[in-house]
Design a protein around this ligand. Structure first.
Ligand code: 7PM
Length: 276
């Protein structure tokens, strides 16, 4: 299976790695400054050398209880970074955003994909994504980033996530977004208990019953801290690589990760077994 971008295509017969580039204030203080761009480009180069096929650029922190970022602020953080990456590297840039303004400006600057944790539900996002005419990842979330972890509740998490994503994908198609441009993501950690998250990982294959490729992101998330006792997110590298491999084993075509090198190593072992 090939995922087609404007002037590129990606072979999904083996899972591909999406490397995370955060340009939030916690990681890079001031959008557009030399120091910000230099750090971002260094990180991009490293992830590409380690085997990332896509770079996911995000300027809004979707962490539980995160403050809401203004569109202007997000534009100032994200667009200069997208322009700088396009100038220097031949890669696929994804925009981790829910804002139609970022979608439009980011694609104008050369981004080739949209990754929206709100599944294009913001006012104007469907239209912006349709006009952009690029692949779009639709993610499931219960609640909002501000309240999603307060009291997550499901009768059957995997089924509810699947029903939501398939319904949302149909709505996107009805609006005019191409079916072959849609990817689905169960949204690990977004309004889910630890138990819900592991059930979802175990039953990931039920999301494969449609025509859409799957993208998953568990990298460094608290569900991994919960079972390993590793409190610092940056130290959850090994559990993240294992989790990425389990996602691939259960049907994911793209894994969104911080630690590209370790993920690539885990997937090399997985494919050596799968293809033996
Ligand atoms: C703080 C806490 C900062 C959590 C960032 C996060 C996903 C995503 C994110 C995902 C897709 C993170 C999250 N997670 N996009 N964006 N899927 N498609 O851990 O699971 O990176 S933000």
């Amino acid at each position: 299976m090939q995922l087609k971008f404007k002037d590129k295509s990606l072979d999904l017969s083996r899972a591909q790695i999406m490397g995370i580039l955060n340009v939030t204030p916690d990681s890079f203080s001031d959008g557009g400054s030399y120091q910000t761009l230099d750090k971002a480009l260094f990180q991009v180069k490293k992830m590409l050398n380690e085997g990332a096929a896509i770079i996911d650029v995000g300027g809004e922190s979707t962490r539980p209880d995160a403050a809401i970022v203004s569109v202007q602020e997000e534009l100032e953080r994200v667009i200069p970074v997208v322009e700088a990456i396009v100038k220097r590297f031949d890669t696929i840039i994804s925009l981790d955003t829910s804002s139609p303004e970022i979608m439009r400006e980011g694609v104008k600057a050369g981004a080739l994909m949209i990754n929206d944790v709100r599944a294009l539900t913001r006012e104007g996002a469907l239209q912006a994504a349709k006009d952009a005419d690029v692949p779009v990842c639709l993610m499931h979330m219960q609640g909002t980033p501000q309240d999603m972890q307060h009291n997550p509740h499901y009768t059957n998490c995997a089924v509810e996530v699947k029903d939501y994503l398939f319904r949302r994908a149909s709505e996107c198609e009805a609006f005019g977004i191409k079916r072959e441009h849609l990817l689905l993501d169960p949204g690990f950690g977004f309004g889910k208990s630890v138990h819900d998250n592991y059930t979802l990982l175990k039953k990931l294959a039920i999301l494969r019953s449609g025509p859409y490729p799957l993208l998953t992101g568990l990298s460094r998330k608290s569900m991994l801290g919960a079972v390993t006792g590793i409190e610092k997110a940056a130290e959850r590298v090994l559990p993240s690589a294992v989790a990425a491999m389990l996602c691939v084993q259960n049907g994911a075509q793209i894994v969104r990760v911080h630690d590209v090198k370790e993920t690539a190593q885990a997937l090399a072992v997985y494919y050596a077994v799968a293809e033996a």
